[in-house]
Each structure stands twice: as C-alpha cells, then as structure tokens.
Ligand binder design. Structure first.
Ligand code: TYD
Ligand code: MG
Length: 485
C-alpha cells in the first residue's frame, strides 16, 4: 500500500514541499502553499507494479492518419487555433471572469452542432438552466449541443465513452473538476492537474478535441494550474478591457499553429460578433485634431492592424515623474524616452508621461517605437500630427530608425483605410515599392522626426504670434518646454 504522503503544494506553480513555508521558492509567491494529500496524484493504473507491455516503434516518415482540423465556423477563432480544432488535441482558454469565455464557447459549439457534429458542453459552474438561458439570449437554443452540469471527471469520461466519439468537448471550467484518483479538495493544484491529465488521456485515446476553460488570477496567469499549460496542446487567452466592447483572443502557445495571431471580437447584446477588419474598429473613435496621437501600422500575426497610440506628456509635480503605459511594454517606453533625451535633446525628466494603446489592444512589436516617439513629441510640443499619416519603425539605442518586417503589408492596409502618407525607416523605402499609393517620408534617425514635429509646433506657435525660430532650434529643451504651454 502506498504511504500516506501529506505535502505542501504551491497553488500558483505546483511546487511541492514537505513542510509549510511562507514563500514558495520556486515561483517566489507568498502564502500560496496549501496542505494536500498527494498519495494518489499518480493514478492507480500507473502506480501498479505490472510488467510493461512492449509496443512497436515507428519511423518519422510514416503516414499518420490525417489530422483533420475541425473548423469552428468562426473565422476569428479558426485564425487563432491555426485553422480549426485538431483531432485529439486539448486547448486551454484562459481569461478574466465575465470576459465572455462561456459565451464564445457556447457560440462555437452551437455552430459545430448545427453543422452536424457531436458536440458536448459540460458546465461545472453553471446549472443547465443558466447555460440554456444564455443560449436563448444568443438565439442558439435550437442547436443540438449535448449539455450537462457535471464536475466528476470519471463520470464525464464514462458518459462520453458511450456512443459516437464527440468531435468537440468543452469543459467549463477545469478548476471545478475533480477526480477520485486524488484526495485533495477540488480546485487545488493536485486536483486540477489530475483532472486535466484524465481528460487529456481521454482526448488522445478517442480523438475528440477538448477545450478546457481556465480562470486567471489578478496578474493574468491562468490560476493554479500553470502546470496545465505545459500539458495541453494550445493555450489561448481571452482579453479585453471591462469598459470596452472589444475582446481579443490570443494564442499563447500552440503546437499546431502560430502563436502570434489574434482574433478580434466585439461583445454585443447578442453575443460576440467577429471583427474581420480590426483596424477599422481600433480607429473608429479617433480623436482627430488632438496633439499626442499617432497611428501605428502594426502586424498581429499575419494580419496588419492599424491602431492609435495616445500620449500625454505633462509637467510633473512629483520628485520622480510618473511613467504609465497601457497596452505596450513599459521598458520599451523607457528606452524610447531615454533615446529622445540622449540623442534628440528632448528633456522629459520634469514631465509625467502616459502612453495608451487605443481599443484595448496590446502591442508586442518593437516597430511601434517610432509611432510612440511621434505621439510623445507631439504631446510635448502640443503639435498635432498629420491625421492622414501612419508610423512604424524600430528605434535603436543610438537613435537610428531601423527597418521592420512586412513593410508592404503595413502600407497596403494604411492605403486601404484611406491614409495618405507613411513615416517609415529609410532602409525600408526600397522594400515598400512605388505602388502603395502613399507618399513616403523615409527617415534615418529619430532626430529628423523630432525636428519635423517641432517645426509643426512652431508653425502653430507663429500663427498665434509667439515664436519664430528654425525647425532645428525647436529641438532644444527650452523650446520644448515653451511649446507645451
Ligand atoms: P460569460 O461568457 O459568462 O463570461 P465568462 O464565461 O468568461 O465568465 O460572459 C459574461 C458577460 O458577457 C456578462 O457580463 C454579460 C456579457 N454578455 C453580453 O454582453 N452579451 C451577451 O449576449 C452575453 C451572452 C453576455
Ligand atoms: Mg463562464
């Protein structure tokens, strides 16, 4: 008989200790250790001392039964999964409570069921009536989805083993599942891990695709079972600002597809609507004519996305000025600010700096450097940037504007949305081709851009009769301070 092993398991990362301690040495979190009985964390069938059976080894080149993908009928969802749900694969969808995970999956399962596939939706959080209510609201009550409110993994597996293999199974959520093979309470790391293991085994054995819904903690990690992330084939996170209607589905890990694709949705009274042209959405509420905004021509996965960057540079009343950024990497902002100070003579140490990516999008590309710099300088000198211009380019520590990938795609999207000019790296001009239909302002160094924007600021100033110096001189600190008044 196995010895009873009580241990303390970190509920954040799953590390186990044999005595309690305040801080988890593995992930550094405080107060995350909980006592768990890990006797049975390995299923009985694996613990037994039976002699191993032999199996055939195969070659890499052999033919595999085709891994057909099951298209969900939602193009934005398929884009993120890499073309649909792969047979036998397990996908984890994480997101804040109330962001719309259940709504998204109700819609996807209904579309599949209507297309004639056997689709099962297991809700561990809501009663059948509540799920029905949602489906009714979405106008999907007629879809032949098989529904149950269950939390026992053994019961679920036995039920689903009967009849035709379901093509897709949704488990909403993995934190509510529990299995007999371990003795910890539901929701603990051990339980979540063992439940996920059992479901993954079922998926691999039968070829059914499984979607696990996972909750996320305050800091955006999928709660508890970080370990589950390593076990599943794909991890998607469903994000969005509570106050805004946009929702972005992002692939964090994907064994069968790209990880940089995003799917964009809009939460409406009738559920999630797919947004096929995100640029139009992100630019729909532009503040035309306000200093401090610049349109960035970005790439998300394979798709160009235009989005507005908004900056506010204001004199600070604090000893250490504030730097706040939403939707972009704070260290990237610090770098751009440092380059502006060191190479372009822009003094920002007496100013608070705020940068926001409109629409709740989160940008990961360094190509946003140039647009961010343009927005910052525009706010500082209180000069509006041309509203028909897009910006992209990476800024190096020496202040040189460096080329970025996919210039033609960025320009094409900008032209499609009616932009007239693009500010881009000098070295990307050749790549751009002459056919984009935009007038190109190719710049080599950030100083040039700063001088150009400062000149706009001074022209505004001149018309109101307050200044009349050359553009070059405008790039001096004193001038910047005066410009923003
Ligand atoms: P839900 O899918 O239950 O979120 P999750 O499963 O991620 O916790 O979505 C809940 C929110 O979505 C709720 O605040 C109401 C909103 N919602 C709509 O705006 N329109 C709709 O048609 C539906 C079904 C929900
Ligand atoms: Mg839910």
């Amino acid at each position: 008989m196995a010895k009873n092993t009580l241990s303390f398991v970190c509920q954040n990362c799953g590390a186990a200790y044999n005595r309690w301690q305040g801080k988890c040495e593995s992930c550094g979190e405080w107060n995350t250790l909980a006592e768990e009985d890990t006797t049975g964390s390995v299923p009985v069938s694996i613990r037994s001392k039976r002699k191993g059976r032999t199996f055939a080894l195969e070659s890499l080149s052999g033919k595999s039964p085709d891994a057909p993908r099951l298209s969900s009928g939602m193009a934005e969802l398929d884009r993120v999964t890499g073309g649909g749900f792969v047979r036998g694969s397990v996908l984890l969808v994480g997101g804040d409570p109330g962001i719309g995970k259940s709504t998204l999956l109700t819609q996807a399962t209904s579309l599949l069921a209507r297309a004639g596939h056997r689709v099962v939706y297991i809700s561990g959080e809501e009663a059948v009536a509540q799920v029905r209510l949602r489906a009714e609201r979405l106008g999907l009550s007629d879809a032949p989805v098989q529904l149950a409110a269950e939390t026992s993994v053994e019961d679920i597996v036995s039920t689903l083993s009967e009849g035709a293999v379901p093509r897709l199974i949704v488990i909403d959520s993995i934190q509510t599942m529990w299995t007999d093979t371990v003795e910890s309470a539901p929701g603990t790391v051990t339980q979540v891990r063992a439940s996920a293991q059992a479901l993954i085994r079922f998926a691999k054995k039968t070829g059914a695709a499984i979607i696990l819904v996972g909750h996320v903690t305050k800091d955006g990690q999928i709660a508890g079972p970080r370990v589950v992330e390593h076990m599943v084939d794909a991890v998607m996170s469903f994000e969005g600002e509570g106050s805004q209607q946009f929702r972005i589905l992002r692939a964090v890990k994907n064994r069968f597809g790209p990880t940089d694709e995003i799917g964009v949705f809009e939460m409406t009274g009738l559920g999630l609507r797919e947004v096929t042209n995100p640029s139009e959405l992100f630019l729909s509420e532009r503040d035309l004519g306000t200093p401090g905004t610049a349109v960035f021509a970005g790439i998300e996965g394979t798709r160009p996305v235009l989005v507005e960057l908004q900056a506010l540079v204001a004199p600070t009343s604090l000893g250490t000025p504030r730097r706040a950024v939403v939707g972009w990497d704070p260290s990237r902002l610090s770098m751009v600010l440092a380059v502006l100070e060191a190479h372009c003579g822009v003094k920002l140490s007496g100013h608070d700096v705020y940068l926001n990516v409109a629409g709740g999008l989160r940008i990961h590309e360094p190509a946003a450097d140039l647009a961010a710099a343009a927005a910052l300088v525009s706010s500082l000198v209180n000069a509006q940037l041309p509203s028909d211009a897009v910006y992209f380019g990476e800024i190096s520590l020496s202040g040189v504007v460096r080329p970025v990938a996919q210039t033609p795609a960025r320009l094409k999207e900008a032209a499609k949305l009616g932009f007239q000019r693009a500010v881009l790296p000098e070295s990307a001009r050749g790549e751009a081709g002459g056919d984009a239909g935009l007038s190109l302002n190719a710049i080599n160094s950030l100083t040039t851009l700063v001088a150009e924007i400062a000149a706009r600021g001074s022209r505004r100033g001149e018309s109101s009769g307050s200044a009349e110096k050359s553009a070059e001189k405008n790039a001096t600190p004193a001038r910047f301070r005066r410009g923003e008044g």
